[in-house]
Design a protein around this ligand. Structure first.
Ligand code: SF4
Ligand code: SF4
Length: 401
């Protein structure tokens, strides 16, 4: 690390350090032990110039300016692994790393790939740059018709917040349609927002764009307010995290469940419909925003165990130690950047673990994962026969629908 020629700004370091202490549990930053657990567990800790503990040491030395001059902070995929192992229980992912990215954005230090996704989110309401008018195109041909609340104009029991990738990405749409079939088979009275739905904004927030997150959240809040429903469900752990933990801070407060929680409650009704044997060794990948961020580990496993013919096996990293797919915290839009820096894909590490577990199916429960792991499986030796299946797809296979 160069120690000369970089101007320092002690007052800025101090102001930033103080602002961190105002965050929930932020005062714990003072208890950092400099144990380096965070950098050890970080999937890109070996690439980052300043993993969390080192940022704290720079803050203490009043030289946070160094951090703003490196781009390797963008290797942080907001996976919560550091927060999980920090003995001082410092909110490293939602606090320190997110606030640091906010400062990098303000300093104009942002990879162009990420900039594009943020601009698309602002302009179109989704990071893929797709037309809002096409948000419900995936529903065409589904029988019975899916109620789009702006047209249906009646109360429903459940509002399904669909999300960006489930709405637009051709691979993820397969899982979206599978979930629609499950809801229909269970006779659930549900509707969606269609073009009135915007990105949940959580990954943009974790990538440092809090202002954009608030704009997107407020647009969704306005849409929610127009309709009558009892609760919101979603297949997207990032949307779940936003609606459960972040929207209430903006006064947007609705009951929200991830679909694995919702289906588990309906397991007695679902089980008799699971008539076909899947006959496979299945390993389950815990998504960071379902597992470490929100403590949902057992519900997806219970659903998998309810499927006839499923033998559930665990990868060496599972539950709290699950490895990130690389898509969180803006990572979904930084694949080129990550490859340039690390020459490795986190999704390939995970697929190697799935192969080592001897599973023939890698089951996922987050819309970022099926495309990432399917791409990775093409690159990993021995993964030729590994199928990547969304939990919703495995359920519809077992239902024969
Ligand atoms: S794990 Fe926590 S206590 Fe240890 S160095 Fe990192 S931030 Fe500090
Ligand atoms: S959230 Fe994950 S990627 Fe980011 S610093 Fe912590 S361990 Fe590393």
């Amino acid at each position: 690390m160069a120690t000369t020629a970089i101007p320092t700004n002690p007052s800025f370091s101090q102001t930033f350090y103080d602002s961190l202490q105002e965050l929930p549990d932020g005062e714990r930053i003072r208890a950092c032990l400099q144990c380096a657990n965070c950098s050890g567990v970080c999937p890109f800790g070996y690439i980052m110039d300043y993993p969390p503990g080192k940022i704290i040491s720079l803050l203490r030395a009043d030289i946070f300016d160094y951090v703003l001059k490196t781009e390797t902070v963008w290797m942080c995929v907001s996976c919560y692994a550091c927060s999980e192992v920090c003995p001082a229980k410092i909110p490293l992912t939602p606090g320190l790393m997110t606030r640091t990215k906010e400062e990098l954005l303000l300093a104009g230090n942002v990879p162009s790939e990420l900039q594009n996704a943020l601009e698309f989110s602002q302009r179109y309401g989704n990071p893929l740059g797709e037309s809002p008018r096409k948000r419900a195109v995936w529903t065409e041909g589904i029988d019975p018709d899916i109620k789009i609340l702006g047209k249906y104009k009646q109360p429903v029991e459940v509002l399904w917040y669909v999300g960006d990738y489930p709405s637009y990405h051709s691979r993820v749409q397969l899982a979206t349609k599978a979930f629609a079939k499950i809801l229909n088979a269970l006779g659930v009275d549900f509707g969606i927002l269609g073009r009135e739905e915007n990105s949940d904004g959580d990954s943009q927030r974790l990538a440092g764009e809090r202002g954009l997150f608030e704009i997107l959240a407020e647009k969704n809040g306005v849409a929610f307010e127009k309709y009558q429903f009892d609760e919101i469900i979603t297949t997207d752990p990032h949307a779940y995290n936003a609606l459960k933990n972040e929207y209430p801070k903006l006064g947007i407060n609705y009951p929200i469940r991830h679909y694995t929680e919702y289906l588990l409650e309906k397991l007695d009704q679902l089980k008799p419909l699971l008539t076909q044997s899947v006959n496979a060794k299945v390993t389950y990948h815990d998504p960071c925003y379902l597992g470490r961020a929100n403590g949902i580990y057992e519900q997806p496993r219970t659903l998998l165990n309810a499927i006839p013919g499923v033998e559930l096996v665990e990868m060496s990293h599972n539950r709290t130690t699950s490895l990130c797919c690389g898509g969180g915290g803006g990572g979904m839009w930084l694949d080129g950047f990550q490859w340039e820096k690390a020459h490795v894909r986190l999704s390939e590490w995970r697929v190697r673990e799935a192969v080592a577990s001897d599973a023939n199916i890698l089951a996922v429960a987050c819309p970022y994962e099926s495309p990432r792991f399917e791409d990775a499986a093409k690159m990993v030796q021995g993964a030729g026969k590994l199928l990547v299946r969304d939990l919703t797809e495995l359920l519809t296979d077992a239902m024969g629908i």
